[in-house]
Design a protein around this ligand. Structure first.
Ligand SMILES: [Zn+2]
Length: 164
């Protein structure tokens, strides 16, 4: 299996305030959801989440519109992306507002390859039980209807990549 390239922006935060996650049985997809279909960097999200009083960016990964995968908080730590579900999940943020915009082909491929890597690393079956949209956990539009509509395609591609 090919490993994705992870771009580490060396975000500034107090790593000592993060906790190790004991269990990982699910990966949650998110979008940005800003009205302007933004392509925010992990650094910009980090700054914005810190301004809300959080330790750092709540997501573990950020998939930019060009397919670049940026590192958020460390993957082994408890995230801040899905209320009540952070203790057992990894959060992937796909940049854009997919209520109005479409994920790029590069985002679809990068997300699928990242999911293949993560599911393999954590021993998860690559299916729609392990990989969910935020809206399946609580009442939210996230990750947007146009990304949500592609989740079966993404999971199929993740299975393909994991088998290579
Ligand atoms: Zn979300």
């Amino acid at each position: 299996m090919e490993r994705v390239h992870l771009k580490d922006l060396n975000l500034t935060y107090d790593a000592g305030r993060l906790s190790t996650r004991r269990e990982t049985d699910m990966i949650v997809l998110h979008h940005t959801g800003n009205p302007t279909d933004d392509d925010l960097s992990a650094e910009e999200i980090n700054t914005s989440h810190q301004a809300q009083g959080w330790t750092c960016i709540g997501y573990h990964y950020v998939v930019r519109k060009d397919g670049t995968i940026e590192v958020g908080r460390p993957h082994w730590t408890i995230g801040a992306h899905a209320a009540g579900e952070n203790s057992h999940t990894i959060g992937i943020h796909v940049c854009g507002n997919f209520e109005i915009g479409e994920p790029t082909d590069a985002q679809i491929e990068s997300t699928a390859m990242l999911l293949a890597n993560l599911c393999t690393d954590y021993g998860l079956t690559i299916d729609r039980d392990s990989i969910v949209g935020h809206r399946e956990l609580m009442s939210t539009a996230c990750p947007g209807r146009n990304l949500f509509a592609q989740m079966d395609v993404i999971v199929g591609k993740a299975n393909f990549y994991a088998a290579q």
